[in-house]
Design a protein around this ligand. Structure first.
Ligand code: GTQ
Length: 346
């Protein structure tokens, strides 16, 4: 183990200057900063965005920013450790609270980053994804994958707010983020695929057995069904076994998007969540209930609507409060970590 690396100050100034003029720098003074021993250096802070505090600002944006002048009326949840203007909840996860008011629409577009919506409140909103009209009720997960047309609308009577999660920091960071504006979609009257072809696990359209499968066969995961699945699962497991379900592609069983992964967990009252350390960064969003998360020794309380950032390599434990279960929606970049071969659990 090298004890003391040479520093810039050890080097003759004209040598360093000569290299800099040719856009070259020596590695050894910075080696430990890019390859620290044992643990990555992290700027991401464990941090909670509290819906109770943010909701008035979200609703106020409805009056301050007409949808025609906003395109997407979104307040971005920026991790204070990473800098507000970088719009990162974690190094790969962008989060926003999006508001759409009755009668409004957000125009059709598609972009290279992949996105999801997770509905926080309100009824009657919808997102059309490549012609498929997806109702948005509280807790529903809607995918708008990379390159797929999407537009939002609202047929209801009260404001609709949802959490946007995008792999934007990664795609922007690799200088590959862009968007294409489109004409309004022609929208099918048919129910979305979660109510038809992929009505339940284990059934797929017959034709997919002998033709190429769609990359994104299912784009809506209704919370009503996920919640019931978690309740039934929790009731049948030993109390120590986590009730935790991953949202996957029903054709392949793989993660439903390439970079970010999504899952839902039910924390039973009194359940001693196991402490876990993983290489990926993550966020949790509280669908229902209250409780706390211990993240690298810091305890963060949460309640319904709150969203919490979890840095890479953090040791994490979640627990529900009180007598009712808590339901958490998880977003992580484990699919990316697995693809590039750096995923670890410790
Ligand atoms: O709704 O399509 O929060 O394009 C950021 C970029 C939402 C969207 C965001 C977007 C959208």
């Amino acid at each position: 183990m090298t004890q003391t690396l040479g520093t810039m100050a050890d080097l003759p100034a004209d040598y360093v200057q000569g290299l800099a003029e040719k856009s070259v720098i020596p590695l050894w003074p910075s080696l430990r900063s890019v390859l620290p021993y044992d643990m990555p250096t992290r700027s991401t802070l464990p941090y909670a965005w509290r819906y109770r505090e943010l909701r008035p600002y979200v609703l106020q944006a409805g009056a301050l920013a007409p949808i025609e002048r906003a395109e997407r009326r979104v307040l971005v949840l920026a991790n204070p450790g990473l800098g507000l203007e970088r719009m990162m909840a974690t190094p790969t996860i962008y989060l926003g609270l999006q508001l759409i008011l009755p009668g409004e629409s957000a125009p059709n577009h598609r972009h290279s980053p992949s996105a999801i919506r997770f509905v926080i409140e309100g009824s009657g909103g919808f997102t059309s994804v490549d012609g498929q009209k997806c109702p948005m009720e509280k807790g529903d997960l809607i995918l708008t994958p990379s390159g797929v047309w999407h537009e939002h609308g609202h047929n209801g009577t009260t404001p609709v707010v949802w959490l946007d999660a995008l792999d934007l920091p990664l795609v922007y960071g690799i200088e590959a983020s862009y968007c294409i504006e489109g004409k309004p979609q022609s929208i099918s009257n048919a129910a979305d695929n979660s109510q038809t072809y992929y009505r339940r696990a284990g059934l797929v359209p017959y034709g997919t057995l002998n033709r190429r499968r769609a990359d994104y066969p299912l784009v809506r995961y209704p919370w009503r069904e996920v919640r019931q699945a978690l309740l039934d699962l929790a009731a049948s497991l030993a109390p120590s076994e986590p009730a935790h379900l991953a949202y996957v592609n029903p054709e392949t069983g793989a993660e439903c998007l390439p970079i970010l992964g999504f899952s839902a967990q039910m924390l039973r009252p009194g359940e001693e969540g196991a402490a876990q350390r993983r290489s990926c960064s993550a966020v949790i969003h509280v669908i229902e209930g209250s409780g706390q998360s211990e993240i690298d020794g810091t305890t963060i309380d949460w309640e319904e609507g709150d969203t919490v950032a979890i840095p890479t390599h953090a040791r994490v434990r979640h627990q529900a409060n009180g007598k009712a279960p808590a339901f958490l929606f998880h977003v992580d970049d484990a699919p990316l970590h697995r693809k590039i071969g750096i995923y670890e659990e410790f």
